[in-house]
Design a protein around this ligand. Sequence first.
Ligand SMILES: Nc1ncnc2c1ncn2[C@@H]1O[C@H](COP(=O)(O)OP(=O)(O)OP(=O)(O)O)[C@@H](O)[C@H]1O
Length: 229
Amino acid sequence: MIKANNLSKVFRTEEIETTALNNINLHVKKGEFLAIMGPSGCGKSTLLNIIGLLDNPSSGTYHFDGTSVGNLKENNRTKYRKGNIGFVFQSFNLIDELNVYENVELPLIYLKLSAADRKKRIHEVLKRMEMGHRMKHFPKQLSGGQQQRVAIARALVANAKLILADEPTGNLDSKNGQEVMNLLTELNKEGTTIVMVTHSHHDASFAHRVINLFDGKIVTENQQKTASV
Ligand SMILES: Nc1ncnc2c1ncn2[C@@H]1O[C@H](COP(=O)(O)OP(=O)(O)OP(=O)(O)O)[C@@H](O)[C@H]1O
């Protein structure tokens, strides 16, 4: 599903040049659950942003499902991203002014689905996330674990093939963190490919494979389990 070859990213400001990624080669199979680890500043978020089509690499190639997507202009990146990739962030990133239903509805509005289709999908996914009874609540009225379940619902509602999770349990206590990891594992077993950045060895233990970045390079790679799909 993901084929990135010789991927580099250099950030240039007037005074300094930072090589955030240095010749990364990364292939992720459909159905795989990959964890990315490494110290602060090693390039994890930069890599996730490129995989998630939020940014382009400075050099190298990136193919998503066989399509070359490493050099797309921003509007085409957005278009490609919306139907394929869902994001889950440490800080949930829900919109405070919108209720649960409306937050989950956003990707579907972008995809121009009819109101009836949107309603059906939103009800299904919120029920699945055990948040069906909280549709009218606003994010601030929910616990952290509930907010993350809504964020996962929003990532899933447009039938994303790939979920990118950036420290998904970073703001949760261990019980809610465990629930989120169980949920991601279940979704992965059902076929969703997952790439997760984490500092937690416990969270990484749920993945099939762990790569460690250091100074923009992949330094170690451990296969832990075999992907079931
Ligand atoms: N927009 C930017 N402009 C300039 N430098 C940047 C930019 N984004 C990231 N960097 C630099 O690139 C390097 C990698 O950053 P990145 O955010 O990918 O690290 P990270 O591994 O995700 O760190 P953390 O675990 O602290 O979130 C860092 O040295 C950072 O300062």
